[in-house]
Design a protein around this ligand. Sequence first.
Ligand SMILES: Cc1cc2nc3c(=O)[nH]c(=O)nc-3n(C[C@H](O)[C@H](O)[C@H](O)COP(=O)(O)OP(=O)(O)OC[C@H]3O[C@@H](n4cnc5c(N)ncnc54)[C@H](O)[C@@H]3O)c2cc1C
Ligand SMILES: Cc1cc2nc3c(=O)[nH]c(=O)nc-3n(C[C@H](O)[C@H](O)[C@H](O)COP(=O)(O)O)c2cc1C
Ligand code: SF4
Length: 644
Amino acid sequence: MMRDTKFDILFEPLKMSNLTLKNRFFMAPIGTTFHMKQLSDFLAERAKGDVALITTGETCVHPGGRAGAGQEEPRLETDDDIKAFSPLVKAVQNAGAKIVAQLNHAGRYSSSRALQQQPVAPSAIASRYTGETPRELSTAETDDLVMAFAEAALRAQKAGFDGIEILGSSGYLISQFLSPVTNKRDDKYGGDTLQRATFLFSILQETRKKVGDDFNICVKFDAEDSMEGGRTLKDSILLAPHIVSAGADRLHTWAGWHEATRPMLPMFVKRGAFSHLAAEIKKVVDVPVSTVGRINDPYVAADILAKGEADLIGLGRALLCDPDFVKKTSDGRTDEIRRCTACCYCFDQIMRAIQGDKKAGLKCSINPELGREGEGLIRPAEEKKNVVVVGGGPAGMEVARTASLRGHSVTLFEKDDKLGGLVNLAFVPPHKGELKNVVDYYVRQMEILPLKVRLGESFTEEEFERIKPDALVFAAGARELLPRIPGISAEHVFTALEILKDDIPVKESVVVIGGGLIGVETAEFLADRGKKVTVIEMLKAVATDVGPTIRWGLLARLSKKISMLTSTSVIEIKEKSVVVSDPEQNRKDIPCHTVVIATGLSSRSDLVEPLKMRDTEVYVVGSCVKPGQIADAVADAFEVGCRI
Ligand SMILES: Cc1cc2nc3c(=O)[nH]c(=O)nc-3n(C[C@H](O)[C@H](O)[C@H](O)COP(=O)(O)OP(=O)(O)OC[C@H]3O[C@@H](n4cnc5c(N)ncnc54)[C@H](O)[C@@H]3O)c2cc1C
Ligand SMILES: Cc1cc2nc3c(=O)[nH]c(=O)nc-3n(C[C@H](O)[C@H](O)[C@H](O)COP(=O)(O)O)c2cc1C
Ligand code: SF4
């Protein structure tokens, strides 16, 4: 396919002081839980995918500023760290990209658990992010930290990096100095907007002295920090030219702190949401300005450049999801891009690791190879097999994809008239449209890979006898669980999946029984259609199966649209009401015209038992074996696809 000419602007080189880039894409910093070799393979894979510039994830400049992502947290704290980074830098450069190290001190975003001592900050102001109160840095300690940044920059230069990015955003130490909320100092590091930037300016000046003129320095900062009483866009417009005068060759604009009141990562944030902030900064400086945030589509990227809002496009999660995003855009294969859904599973995983969960690590819900790039997992099969996959949801299609890439002969049966399984319903509720990316990606894979898809066909005994597969993979999804409540068979009772699937004429007031993900999303779907909705949940809270990054924004929205009764169970469904037992065990009537059941899904492993008797390898994957999220289904399916 020919590349759309709209994309030409994305492939113009960018020249700036000390660095020339082959195109307008850079990999935004992504902190990982990977060890050095794994990190090197991870970044080199993205470099092979043609991104012009890679930024490492946050790299610590001082032991008192570690963010806490475990033992593997990369650092440039001592000269010994130079050796550790050199092979990684070479691997990325040999793969054709430039690479800069992101330097950070976490300040009050570190924790006493991670440091074994009280974290430090400009002022002793408690953090909502960690729940801890830090210790105020003395002036002399702050002077030392200026030098710690400069020395780390020099180490980056010695390790062969093409430059550095100073992390002055997101709520970490430098941004704590910049903010009036967290910097109440009366020494040289405190005061008005520009005085609070003394820490950053000093870092830039000392760094320049150490690394000389021929080394690219970028500063990442929040154009708005999105904190109550915090730094505004107006402050940043004042600040930006001074950052450049102090020594920055490029500015990377971001939109807020981890504690911010505005969501920045979830799918209900619109694509390219923060490019207008870059545009305002670009008006006041003469160095390249980058934007990042929810850019998962090359058309959005091209549009930002065409409007002159930024010079360089940052891809964070888009590259976690698909290392070849840039190459596919360049080759005119945009329909093959595995687009990030902004589901935030990756961020939840990192947060869990930072909070000390040793099992958590950076993963992507739809790219099972993330972090395993160097393992060569999709190997040619030793024995080519005739594989049948039953079910065309994400699990079935992932097995089919992987098995086919390994050289097996694959036939996939899907009883519905379209592929995608339950994801076709998952993207129906409000703000869930990005989940369609999962279906689009897999459908295209099914078209381009040498495999057979038999749409609208259930897999039957007769087919089994006809095909005689060597391997049979059951990916037939889950079934809805229906509780034994008197009245459940009445005509005004529907399941959540029925509501999302068909245009069912729902009357004015609705009770949704079950406040998990499917229940609350169906409730929001109905509320947005003007219905008065009450969700009834037995547990103490709703949406407990939703990841924390998405959940707080979801709950904030729901609280404005829906009544939610928690610690409440349903006793009976009547014609015009639902009888419940409230938290004090009192019976209550909740009036309603329609009842929706969303009490969960159960596995269908029973379907498979009879087949296990046959002389065939049998596998069960995805929701069919354990109902859960797309991440579980895909990970499970990938393992099986690699094993058959
Ligand atoms: C409203 C809603 C919102 C959701 N939101 C999210 C979310 O935000 N994030 C997330 O991660 N997950 C979400 N999910 C869950 C997600 O959809 C599932 O985790 C995922 O679809 C499971 O994939 P699967 O392939 O195992 O099963 P399914 O997607 O259920 O696919 C199974 C397929 O098998 C087919 N099949 C069944 N029997 C046969 C047969 N005999 N022959 C041939 N074909 C057969 C079915 O027709 C179906 O297409 C949501 C689900 C719903 C309903
Ligand atoms: C898992 C994860 C780790 C991140 N780590 C860092 C980091 O180390 N330093 C940083 O400045 N930003 C970090 N970010 C923010 C990203 O650089 C980027 O600003 C954000 O993800 C929005 O861009 P996207 O929508 O393209 O992902 C991280 C984001 C994610 C999802
Ligand atoms: S886990 Fe979700 S948000 Fe993160 S990169 Fe993958 S699809 Fe995007």
